[in-house]
Design a protein around this ligand. Structure first.
Ligand SMILES: Nc1ncnc2c1ncn2[C@@H]1O[C@H](COP(=O)(O)OP(=O)(O)OP(=O)(O)O)[C@@H](O)[C@H]1O
Ligand SMILES: [Mg+2]
Length: 453
């Protein structure tokens, strides 16, 4: 048994050299295999159970460079150390560009050998732990790193699981930053269409006059500036998934044409009479209230029904605050790795503040907040002082509002309730009125009366 699970292969056609090297490593607990010819070395590499290869550069049958090449092909994660005499140092240096980890000069200094191997073992353990961590995260938090174990998000994940394999059209709604695009990608990546990339079209980001050509493509000369024939996004998504982001922003005229695509499965490029058959799975998303848009005559009812076959309503983060615990930890890990910072935790006082904040920008805001805290931090534990000011202040208001106490008048209680509700929804009056079960104008009057404007 070695001090770790790393298997080291020593290849040297001088048997006494091979044994001496292996023994120097075995004596401090490493597991070694010995090959006394290049050919024998290749056999071990072919068999696959090797993590580090130490090979002599010049051997009578197969040289160290060929061993290096075979290792990199068969075992891309294995490390190769070359042993070289003064005469061939240059070759060894060149070999490092081909993927060798390092080289050792003959005669081998045992301490140097052990130190180099220790570095490589540590590097491999880090890589392995990292992979294991990601695997665990995937298993624990479901598909593709969607984090959260609140009942609300678990319900969404169950549906995602059930429908990913189908071609059913999906409508994803939810406030900004709740993970609509992430869910769309997850559905695509878990579908039989995953081998082709998901195509994304954001209706809000494209000028109205270009939207149709983006969607349907155009023929050369179809309009001024159409110098070449061009495929549209729908055609590009043939046999794949088309993600229609911000579908609520699509103009009515384009909506009619999209409806026809859904009903007939064909498109016509702008400036053409020819129809092209397409097989596209549609996922649409919006942070707008489509039913309201329908009432206002801005969204077609018939298109809504065609899109809303499977409906996924992503809850705002403030309705599943229990997930913030997992999200904070995951983002902390992600960003301390990305920015190479040794930030490992957040103090419990700081956590209290973060748990109380209503996160109007949802998961994106939380993610950005953690990233900025990690980037500026110089400590292993993030504290209250690292929290961005605006978050600290809003959160503090919530923490220190008196709540309901006997002795308050109904008016005082109402004032508190309105204040807390407004803070929770990030100052959005429409949303606050809805939560309070009163009209927006009534809310407005009360804000005025209580001096909350
Ligand atoms: N459950 C989750 N677990 C981990 N990361 C998440 C989760 N939900 C969202 N995110 C991350 O939060 C960020 C925002 O998500 P996304 O872009 O999918 O939101 P959105 O609803 O499309 O927002 P918008 O309406 O503003 O376009 C992304 O970086 C995404 O990876
Ligand atoms: Mg989005």
């Amino acid at each position: 048994m070695g001090i770790n699970d790393t298997v080291i292969l020593v290849v040297d056609d001088k048997k006494e050299h091979a044994t001496a090297t292996a023994e120097a490593l075995q004596r401090i607990g490493h597991t070694c295999l010995i090959a006394t010819s290049g050919k024998e070395g290749l056999k071990y590499i072919e068999a696959g159970n090797v993590d580090i290869v130490i090979t002599d550069l010049i051997m009578y049958d197969i040289d160290g460079l060929q061993i290096l090449k075979a290792t990199k092909e068969r075992l891309p994660e294995a490390e190769v150390v070359l042993i070289t005499g003064y005469g061939t140092v240059e070759t060894a240096v060149d070999a490092m560009q081909k993927g060798a980890a390092t080289y050792l000069l003959k005669p081998i200094n045992i301490n140097h050998l052990r130190a180099e191997i220790a570095k490589l073992v540590e590097k491999q353990m880090l890589v392995r732990n990292n992979k294991e961590l990601h695997k665990q995260l995937d298993e624990k938090f479901g598909l593709n790193g969607i984090i959260g174990n609140s009942p609300k998000i678990q319900k969404i994940l169950n549906i995602v699981n059930q429908i990913s394999g189908t071609t059913a059209t999906v409508l994803i709604t939810g406030e900004s930053g709740t993970g609509k695009e992430l869910i769309a990608k997850t559905i695509h990546n878990n579908s039989p269409r995953k081998n082709k990339p998901m195509v994304i079209l954001n209706s809000a980001a494209i000028p109205e006059n270009l939207l149709e050509s983006e969607l349907f493509g155009h023929e050369k000369g179809a309009f001024t500036g159409a110098l070449y024939q061009r495929k549209g996004k729908i055609e590009c998504a043939h046999h794949s998934t088309l993600f229609l982001d911000e579908v609520g922003d699509m103009p009515l005229s384009t909506q009619v044409k999209l409806l026809r695509v859904i009903e007939d499965g064909v498109i016509t490029r702008v400036g053409s009479n020819e129809t092209i058959e397409v097989d596209v799975r549609l996922i649409a998303a919006t942070n707008q209230d489509l039913e309201k848009l329908i009432k206002e005559g801005k969204f077609r009812n018939d298109l809504y029904f065609r899109l809303n076959v499977v409906s996924l309503k992503l809850p705002p983060l403030r309705e599943r605050l229990e997930d913030t615990v997992l999200l904070i930890d995951a983002f902390l890990r992600e960003y301390s790795q990305m920015h190479a910072k040794a930030v490992f935790q957040i103090s419990s006082d700081a956590r209290k503040i973060l748990y109380k904040y209503p996160w109007p920008g949802n998961i994106r805001e939380l993610k950005n907040c953690i990233e900025s805290m990690v980037v500026v931090s110089t400590k292993e534990t993030l504290g209250v002082e690292d929290i961005p000011d605006h978050i600290f202040q809003r959160s503090n208001e919530v923490l220190h509002s008196p709540g309901l106490v006997a002795g308050m008048t109904v008016e005082e209680a109402e004032r508190e309730l309105i204040k807390t509700t407004l803070t929770t929804v990030g100052g959005n009056r429409e949303e606050a009125a809805k939560m309070l079960g009163i009209g927006e104008r009534t809310l407005y009057r009360k804000l005025d009366r209580y001096g909350l404007k």
